[in-house]
Design a binder for this molecule. Structure first.
Ligand code: FES
Length: 155
């Protein structure tokens, strides 16, 4: 083997290794992403006693949202509190966990009377959190709320 062909062979081998390493890195990243969703529901952090909202001075939980900010027939997702507050009919407020009961993604929108999970297309009723579309079979867990004046607060 000549010095030139040896150099070419070494260069070809390095290129193949580089390609394989790049493929492995991309494949490993893809597998890591799949593992996140196939590992089952995400463990939910235990909310502090009295709800997820920070308590106000005096021990009362802080309001989640103002009633006027929750559309009738729709809802508002409060990602930081992991709560979706809905108003199925005027003056009736409900709240649910934002963690999808299929594989633990966070729901991201409320449209046409449904709370929607973007991961696999599950949708849940704004009225009772029951699954209406997609692979989820269990309702979103409900969270008790109270309405005082113009504020909706976790009970
Ligand atoms: S995690 Fe699969 S639909 Fe929500």
């Amino acid at each position: 083997m000549s010095a030139r062909s040896s150099l070419l062979t070494t260069a070809a081998l390095l290129n193949r290794r580089t390609v394989l390493a790049g493929t492995c890195a991309a494949g490993c990243a893809a597998l890591a992403g799949c593992a996140t969703y196939s590992a089952g529901p995400k463990p939910e952090a235990a909310p502090p006693a009295g709800g997820t909202a920070a308590p106000q001075p005096g021990g009362a939980p802080a309001p989640l949202v103002k009633t006027a900010e929750v559309p009738v027939g729709g809802g508002v997702i409060l990602a930081a509190q992991q709560v979706v507050v809905t108003q199925p009919t005027a003056g009736l407020f409900r709240a649910f966990s934002t963690t999808c009961t299929h594989q633990g993604c966070e729901v991201t929108s409320v449209a046409d009377g449904s709370i929607v999970c973007p991961c696999h297309g599950s949708a849940f009723s704004v009225t009772d959190g029951a699954p209406t579309e997609g692979p989820a079979k269990k309702p979103l867990p409900e969270k008790a709320v109270t309405v005082s004046g113009d504020a909706v607060t976790l009970a």
